[in-house]
Write a protein that binds this ligand. Structure first.
Ligand SMILES: [Fe+2]
Length: 236
């Protein structure tokens, strides 16, 4: 295949609202080399201050408009050197071992935060319902036990990273954590599966309000959890 053809990027988002913009510039037989796709920062489904008092407005503003924006910008830059054709961000993540640290860190950063924003909402919290609740009870005994294990994963992740509730290839729920901006979709992850819950435990997610008290932030996060979104992740 000619190099120019291989440069053709067709990456369409499989996560609704992922902020992936498909720029169909020059998608034609004549000029495949001109085609490009850029990712963009997704809008939050609530205002920065609406997760108060559990997550403060300034943290949300900086986290979304600065940190997430930087992952998006740096991902777009890093992808300029990638010559493989991918259809989705998930495909990139599943093949992440073939790519640079810049693609891994920023691709993970974009995917993880997109998921994270949607998993929170004002007046969230409560307990899971329906088939997700059934699966949690079957796997962990009850919701409180799952919550305890998830909190342990979040608190014990050394340095920066994420805690996850995932559905593995067998359809079973598992709790795991990843360093940096890695996630369970990546082929380099310790445990693979589809994210159901995602919690950012980087200091940038909590330090302004909670300082060194990560455990307090983790406990507060359950009050803004959007279980409807978690149920969608589980059903998908
Ligand atoms: Fe973050």
């Amino acid at each position: 295949m000619h190099n120019n053809s291989r440069r053709n990027f067709i990456k369409q988002s499989a996560i609704a609202g992922a902020g992936l913009v498909f720029a169909a510039r020059g998608i034609s037989n004549a000029s495949l080399a001109d085609s490009s796709t850029t990712f963009s920062l997704p809008a939050l489904p609530y205002k920065y201050e609406e997760l108060e008092p559990h997550i403060d407005a300034l943290t949300m503003q900086i986290h979304h408009s600065k940190h997430h924006q930087a992952y998006v910008d740096n991902l777009n830059k890093a992808l300029k050197d990638v010559t493989t054709t991918y259809k989705t961000i998930e495909e990139i993540l599943k093949n992440i071992s073939k790519h640079t640290a810049a693609v891994r860190n920023n691709g993970g950063g974009h995917y993880n935060h997109t998921l994270f924003w949607k998993l929170m909402k004002p007046n969230g919290g409560g307990t899971p319902t329906g088939s997700l609740s059934d699966a949690i009870n079957t796997t962990f005994g009850d919701f409180e036990k799952m919550k305890q294990l998830f909190n342990d994963a979040a608190k014990s992740r050394f340095g920066s990273g994420w805690a996850w509730l995932i559905k593995n290839a067998e359809g079973k729920l598992e709790i795991t954590s990843t360093p940096n901006q890695d996630n369970p979709l990546m082929d380099v992850a310790e445990k693979n599966g589809k994210p159901i819950l995602a919690l950012d435990v980087w200091e940038h997610a909590y330090y302004l309000k909670y300082q060194h008290k990560r455990a307090d932030y983790v406990a507060a996060w359950w009050n803004v959890l959007n279980w409807d979104e978690a149920a969608k992740n589980f059903a998908a």
